[in-house]
Design a protein around this ligand. Structure first.
Ligand code: B12
Ligand code: SF4
Length: 458
C-alpha cells in the first residue's frame, strides 16, 4: 500500500511510546491523508539481541537498519518524516540511518521535526547539510498538514505554536498499541532557565475533560493505566491542575478510570501557597505516584544564576507535602554549571543528605554530559566560558577535572546514603568523561568504571 507519509521515530529514547508522532498521525488522518509510524527506537531495543546496546553505537546495527529500510519500501511513501528528539546521538544517526534512508528513497521528500530542532546550532547544521528537507520547529500538527496539502514549507519560519490544543485530535497509537503511553495537559513553559533548550513560549492548556477522556480511551483501548505527563511543568497553573485532579478523582469514583491509575509528571516549585496542601493531597488521590523536579543545585546562589528563583525553604515546603502524601520525588541535579564553586558544591552535598533524611527523595538524576546546553561552549562564550582545547570547557577554576571529581563525589554520596541515581546513558560517560585526557588512564577512570558497575540504571 502506498502511504502519503511514513514517520520514523529515531533513537535513542526511553523505550516507551512517543506522543509527538502519534499526534501528527491523528491530524494527518483527520485531513484525509495516510500515515504509518515506524518506531526504530523500539526496534533497536526489541529486535536486536546480544549486541552492545548499552554503548548506543549504531555501527553495530547496519545489517538490521538495511532490513528496516527494505520494510519501508513496501509503503512507497511520498514523504518520509523523521522525528528526532535527543541530540546526543546525532552523528551516528546521520551516518547510519538518515544517509542510507536518503540514498534509498530518492523520490521521497523528507520532513523532519522533534525537540532536537529547538537547538539552534543543530537546526542550522541540519538545514545546511540537507537543504532539500523541510524542517519544522515546535508544534508539528498544522505544519505537516500544510506540507502534505501544498508541498511547500519555509524552513525559516520560527517556532510553531498551536494555541488551542483542544481543537486537535487525540494521539493515534494504532501503530504501537503495546508501549507505555504519555499524555499532555499543557505545552510551553513560563520560565527561562539558562541551561534549558525547550523554547520559551506561553503555556497552553487542554481542558481537563479532554485530558480525562483521553486517559479513559487509552485505558480501555490499550489496557494501560500508567502514564507520564509530557508537560514541561504540570503545575504552571495550580488552579487548572486542581481541576484536573478533581475530575480524575470523580471518574475514579464512578469507575470510569481504574483505581490503580499511576501518573508521573514534571513540576515546578513555587513559593508557599495556602492551597498547596490540598492540591498535593488531591494529586495523590488522582493517582500521581512520582514527580520529577528540577533541583539542579543545593546552592540557592547557583540556582539564581541559572535563573531558577527557588529557595531551599520553598523546596522543603513542597517536599513536606509530597512526602506526607507518599509521592516519590525525583530530583534532577546539574554537577558542573559554570558558576558553581567548591563552596556551592559542598552546599549541594549537604542539601542532598538533608533531602534523603527528611523527604521522599530516593532518586536523583545527575546531569553532567546529557544536557546539551551545559556543554555548548558557544552558548556561554559571552560570559567567559572557554574551550580547554581537549574537548571540554573551563570557566575560572571550574575545569573538566573539577567537574568530574564533583560528579564522582555525588555518586559516592548516593551510594553512602542509599540514594538511587542515574546519569543518563552510560556511554556518554565513557565518551565525554572517561576519554578526556585528564581522566583517561588515571585513578579516576578506574573509580568511575567501578562506580558505574555498581549501581546505575536508565
Ligand atoms: C516527557 C519528557 C520525557 C519523559 C518521556 C520521554 C519519552 N520518551 O516520551 C522522560 C521522563 C522519560 C524523559 C527523559 C529524558 N529526557 Co525528556 N522530555 C520530556 C518533555 C518534557 C516532553 C516531550 C514530549 O513528549 N512533548 C510533547 C510532544 C507533543 O512534543 P514533541 O515530542 O516535541 O513533538 C512535537 C514536535 O516536536 C513536532 N514533532 C515531533 N516529531 C516530529 C516529526 C516530524 C516529521 C515533524 C514535522 C514534527 C515533529 O510535532 C510534535 C507535535 O506537536 C521534553 C521537553 C518538552 N517540553 O518538549 C523533554 C526533553 C525531550 N527531554 C530531554 C532530555 C535531555 C531527557 C533526558 C536525557 C533527561 C535526563 N538527563 O535524564 C531523559 C532521556 C530519556 C530518553 N532516553 O528518552 C530534552 C531533550 C534535549 C534534546 N533535544 O536533546 C528535552 C527537550 C527537555 C530539555 N529541555 O532539555 N523525558
Ligand atoms: S522550568 Fe524546566 S522546562 Fe521551564 S525553562 Fe526551566 S528547565 Fe526548562
Amino acid at each position: 500500500m502506498k502511504y502519503d507519509i511514513v514517520i520514523i521515530i529515531l533513537p535513542f529514547l526511553k523505550n516507551m511510546d512517543q506522543i509527538g508522532p502519534a499526534l501528527l498521525k491523528a491530524n494527518i488522518i483527520k485531513h484525509g491523508y495516510t500515515c504509518k509510524i515506524i518506531n526504530w527506537n523500539y526496534k533497536i531495543f526489541s529486535e536486536i539481541k546480544n549486541k552492545d546496546i548499552e554503548h548506543r553505537n549504531l555501527k553495530y546495527y547496519t545489517k538490521e537498519i538495511s532490513l528496516w529500510i527494505d520494510e519501508i519500501k513496501q509503503y512507497n511513501p511520498k514523504y518520509i518524516g523523521l522525528s528526532l528528539c535527543h541530540i546526543r546521538f546525532s552523528d551516528d544517526i546521520f551516518k547510519y540511518m538518515i544517509k542510507p534512508l536518503k540514498n534509498n528513497f530518492l523520490n521521497s521528500k523528507f520532513v523532519v521535526g522533534g525537540s532536537c530542532f529547538f537547538i539552534d546550532d543543530f537546526k542550522s547544521t541540519y538545514i545546511k547539510n540537507n537543504p532539500s528537507h523541510y524542517v519544522v520547529i515546535g508544534d508539528g500538527e498544522d505544519a505537516i498538514v500544510q506540507i502534505l496539502k501544498t508541498d511547500t514549507w519555509d524552513n525559516n519560519i520560527g517556532l510553531n505554536v498551536i494555541k488551542n490544543l483542544d481543537n486537535y485530535p487525540a494521539p493515534d497509537y494504532s501503530d504501537s498499541p503495546s508501549l507505555m503511553k504519555t499524555i499532555t495537559f499543557s505545552r510551553g513553559c513560563f520560565n527561562n532557565c539558562k541551561f534549558c533548550n525547550t523554547p520559551h513560549s506561553s503555556v497552553r492548556y487542554r481542558s481537563p475533560l479532554n485530558v480525562v477522556k483521553e486517559l479513559v480511551d487509552i485505558w480501555k483501548k490499550y489496557k494501560k493505566s500508567s502514564f507520564i505527563f509530557t508537560d514541561s511543568l504540570i503545575n504552571s497553573n495550580r488552579k487548572k491542575l486542581e481541576e484536573l485532579c478533581n475530575l480524575i478523582i470523580e471518574y475514579k469514583k464512578q469507575k470510569k478510570l481504574p483505581e490503580n491509575l499511576n501518573l508521573v509528571a514534571f513540576m515546578y516549585c513555587f513559593k508557599e501557597n495556602e492551597r498547596d496542601e490540598i492540591i498535593y493531597n488531591k494529586m495523590k488521590k488522582a493517582g500521581f505516584s512520582s514527580i520529577y523536579i528540577g533541583l539542579e543545585s543545593g546552592s540557592e546562589k547557583v540556582r539564581k544564576e541559572m535563573n531558577k528563583m527557588i529557595t531551599n525553604k520553598n523546596f522543603n515546603y513542597m517536599f513536606k507535602f509530597l512526602t506526607q502524601n507518599n509521592i516519590n520525588i525525583y530530583c534532577s541535579l546539574i554537577t558542573g554549571f559554570y558558576t558553581e564553586t567548591n563552596e556551592d558544591f559542598q552546599e549541594t552535598l549537604t542539601y542532598l543528605r538533608y533531602l534523603k533524611e527528611n523527604f521522599n527523595t530516593n532518586y536523583i538524576i545527575i546531569n553532567i554530559g546529557s544536557i546539551h546546553m551545559i556543554n555548548n561552549i558557544s552558548a556561554w562564550k559571552h560570559v567567559g566560558v572557554v574551550t580547554d582545547g581537549l574537548g571540554s570547557w573551563v570557566y575560572k577554576d571550574n575545569t573538566h577535572l573539577v567537574r568530574v571529581k564533583r560528579w564522582v563525589k555525588v555518586i559516592e554520596l548516593c551510594l553512602e546514603i542509599d540514594l538511587a541515581f542515574v546519569d543518563i546513558y552510560h556511554h556518554l560517560l565513557y565518551n565525554d568523561i572517561i576519554k578526556h585526557p585528564h581522566v583517561k588512564g588515571t585513578y579516576l577512570e578506574k573509580k568511575i568504571v567501578r562506580l558505574l558497575e555498581n549501581k546505575i540504571f536508565i
